[in-house]
Design a protein around this ligand. Structure first.
Ligand code: SF4
Length: 376
């Protein structure tokens, strides 16, 4: 049982033998991918308020200093992104601001929103109006919250980070592995095409890494909703001095991810943080979202490489670089899914993986719809 899982009635274990097998995997046990994919996105940190204080995180701001993007700012950024050919609106914030963030709550109320999720819903609508498909990372969510946000999101995500109880999450306000796993389960039950990942170097052991990857694989086996798993190394920043994991460490973890997950689930590394070129031979097949118009606000010290840098990375690896949508094609309905792409299988419940609204946006005969379908 993972730490904190009992509080969520989460029946999830991994077999010790499977952990041992995964621990024996190395880069020589995997093949390089035959193509690299990426999504072109606009990165919107809707708010920097977060109820937690993870010690490696430079994203959150304390009460009184946290920012909140206005609807006008959101629209302006989205319009810039659409003009630059982006297809994804990546909305990120930490976890629902708690009572300490009075200014954030007051501002939201002044704009007519009861909470940050209501505001996120509206921001996603603005993205769709501007010709971008929303992909939101709103921290922990319940099944009901996922169901609601799914109406206006092509896909969503939250990093698992680790199944271990690490000091980096310690303190009065802390997220637990059980809570994160519960969120992954809720996304699966709601039938949301989902992105998750592990964070390497925050005090977890090799066994913890193996268990984290196997826990994700097990939740995917149950629900079929994981479209990609990010393997991200921690980086030093102004709040923490965690050592950046070595290249050899990252090569081994990426190989373990590739072996732990089914082939249809992409293994992603963020090219602005990772020793990407040295990881490509270990099974990486996706470089995540890259933005031609906005910064990586989670890690502002590490700029996104230009798109041509991504092409150079793919060229060096001798594989094609393909742009994709924030939702993987296998989650689309039959009439939109390209020939040769198998359906992901039915999600739990009686709904499709994408809402009518998202389906209509992709099927639309406007320039945005044409742009989306051009990437399928
Ligand atoms: S890592 Fe995420 S949950 Fe932790 S403090 Fe940063 S934004 Fe909040």
């Amino acid at each position: 049982m993972f730490p904190g899982a009992a509080a969520y009635d989460l029946d999830l274990t991994v077999e010790p033998a499977a952990v041992e097998r995964l621990l024996s995997v190395g880069p020589a046990d995997v093949d390089p991918a035959d193509e690299l994919t990426f999504a072109r996105n606009v990165f919107l940190p809707l708010t920097t308020a977060c109820r937690y204080t993870c010690t490696y995180c430079s994203f959150y701001d304390v009460p009184g200093q946290a920012t909140l993007q206005s609807p006008e700012e959101v629209r302006e950024q989205l319009r810039l992104g659409a003009d630059a050919g982006c297809t994804e609106a990546l909305f990120t914030f930490g976890d629902k601001p708690d009572d300490r963030y009075t200014e954030i709550h007051d501002q939201l109320q002044q704009w007519g929103f009861g909470d940050v999720h209501e505001y996120l819903y509206r921001a996603c609508e603005i993205a769709l109006e501007e010709g971008l498909l929303p992909h939101s990372n709103p921290g922990d969510c319940t099944h009901g919250e996922f169901r609601r946000l799914q109406e206006v999101n092509a896909s969503m995500g939250v990093m698992l980070e680790t199944t271990a109880d690490v000091d980096a999450h310690a303190g009065g306000r802390r997220k637990t592995p059980g809570q994160r796993l519960n969120t992954l389960r809720a996304a699966g039950e709601a039938g949301v095409p989902f992105t998750t990942g592990i964070l390497v170097g925050i005090g977890e052991s090799w066994r913890d890494r193996a268990e984290s990857l196997l826990a994700i694989a097990e939740l995917h086996r149950r629900y079929g909703h994981i479209q990609e798993v990010i393997v991200q190394n921690v980086v030093p920043n102004e709040r923490s001095d965690f050592d950046r994991p070595s290249v050899e460490t990252m090569r081994r973890v990426v190989a373990m991810a590739r072996v732990a997950l089914p082939e249809t689930v992409s293994v992603q590394v963020p090219p602005n943080l990772s020793p990407t070129r040295q990881l490509l031979s270990c099974g990486v097949d996706d470089l995540g979202g890259v933005s031609p118009v906005t910064d990586d606000y989670i890690n502002p010290d590490y700029e996104w490489p230009a798109l041509r840098e991504l092409r150079a990375i793919a060229d060096d690896a001798g594989v094609p670089l393909r742009e994709r949508l924030p939702v993987y094609a296998r989650y689309l309905p039959d009439d939109l899914r390209p020939d040769g792409v198998d359906a992901a299988g039915a999600p739990s419940g009686d709904r499709p993986w994408v809402s009518d609204r998202i389906r209509a946006a992709i099927a639309g005969d406007d320039p945005a719809g044409e742009r989306y379908r051009g990437l399928l």
